[in-house]
Design a protein around this ligand. Sequence first.
Ligand SMILES: *[C@@H]1O[C@H](CO)[C@@H](O)[C@H](O)[C@H]1NC(C)=O
Ligand SMILES: *[C@@H]1O[C@H](CO)[C@@H](O)[C@H](O)[C@H]1NC(C)=O
Ligand SMILES: *[C@@H]1O[C@H](CO)[C@@H](O)[C@H](O)[C@H]1NC(C)=O
Ligand SMILES: *[C@@H]1O[C@H](CO)[C@@H](O)[C@H](O)[C@H]1NC(C)=O
Ligand SMILES: *[C@@H]1O[C@H](CO)[C@@H](O)[C@H](O)[C@H]1NC(C)=O
Length: 354
Amino acid sequence: MRARPQVCEALLFALALQTGVCYGIKWLALSKTPAALALNQTQHCKQLEGLVSAQVQLCRSNLELMHTIVHAAREVTKACRRAFADMRWNCSSIELAPNYLLDLERGTRESAFVYALSAAAISHAIARACTSGDLPGCSCGPVPGEPPGPGNRWGGCADNLSYGLLMGAKFSDAPMKVKKTGSQANKLMRLHNSEVGRQALRASLEMKCKCHGVSGSCSIRTCWKGLQELRDVAADLKTRYLSATKVVHRPMGTRKHLVPKDLDIRPVKDSELVYLQSSPDFCMKNEKVGSHGTQDRQCNKTSNGSDSCDLMCCGRGYNPYTDRVVERCHCKYHWCCYVTCRRCERTVERYVCK
Ligand SMILES: *[C@@H]1O[C@H](CO)[C@@H](O)[C@H](O)[C@H]1NC(C)=O
Ligand SMILES: *[C@@H]1O[C@H](CO)[C@@H](O)[C@H](O)[C@H]1NC(C)=O
Ligand SMILES: *[C@@H]1O[C@H](CO)[C@@H](O)[C@H](O)[C@H]1NC(C)=O
Ligand SMILES: *[C@@H]1O[C@H](CO)[C@@H](O)[C@H](O)[C@H]1NC(C)=O
Ligand SMILES: *[C@@H]1O[C@H](CO)[C@@H](O)[C@H](O)[C@H]1NC(C)=O
């Protein structure tokens, strides 16, 4: 298992980034697309960073989607960093796109999360863009078949999830569909985790309602099916990250499949994230394994979770320092209708890992 990433890396250099062997989530580099690039002509597609040729083709034929996809790449970065802010691995390396370190290049649990989140985010962004009328090619989603419940009626504009899933999967799975060489196990892992991301997105579709009626009496509610915010989908995927399953690539029947390593009597579940390579504990800096270490990371002395000083600093201890925070204070309400506040400064004690 160890040899795979090196093979992959060597190919990257040897084939001068042409084959898409390890391209996977390099499209997240779109988050750095300069705002000055209008993206309204097909020749702009070549100027985008991190795309395999199939994605450049999709760009040419669906130019109107590209602003949404660039937006999705930015959202992935934000949601990942937010979801992992209290963890030793805090997703900061996602900003190195398209030149990731080994934490995201190999088949790790962390990369499993990022693939799932990326797949969810692109479909989320496209479905939402349909709703807001930003895309000429799609409209509101279908009216559900079931009745909306007493006092409710279907209305509004549903997120067109099926269109989002279709176009999102086409774009984000394209690197894994490139034939050529590259580890089959890695491709299967990436495709599986992307599907888990889309499943989490489907599960986030919920009924949203707006009240109507005489002076807000809410006697009638208009309801539609809308997606939760991406950060909520990311939180769901983080739970799956924490219980992800280590798998191996093994013959089962006539073909090789990913099967759980320790319990290889059951197939992998559609709902679980899977990974091929164990991650380091991310305590110490070690670039060879993609670990930044937690030295100088802030920790929380009163928390008992993953951001606690004990866990974050891996038992090395921590240094206190004082920080000044400026707040609004002594706020007063004046009739009618404004509030005045003063600015107060107070010092807080914070801690960073040794
Ligand atoms: C593309 O956008 C730029 C800047 O907004 C504009 O100047 C240019 O005319 C547009 N080109 C086309 C083909 O729409
Ligand atoms: C969106 O949903 C509608 C159903 O209201 C459907 O007819 C349409 O094909 C879907 N896709 C697009 C691209 O609009
Ligand atoms: C995330 O971790 C890196 C590496 O340990 C660190 O340099 C960075 O400051 C951290 N970012 C945040 C927001 O804590
Ligand atoms: C530290 O953790 C506690 C308990 O989880 C929480 O109430 C508090 O807001 C946290 N402090 C900081 C600075 O994040
Ligand atoms: C952490 O603290 C909360 C209450 O502050 C408690 O409910 C929880 O069980 C604690 N968790 C651990 C792992 O000790």
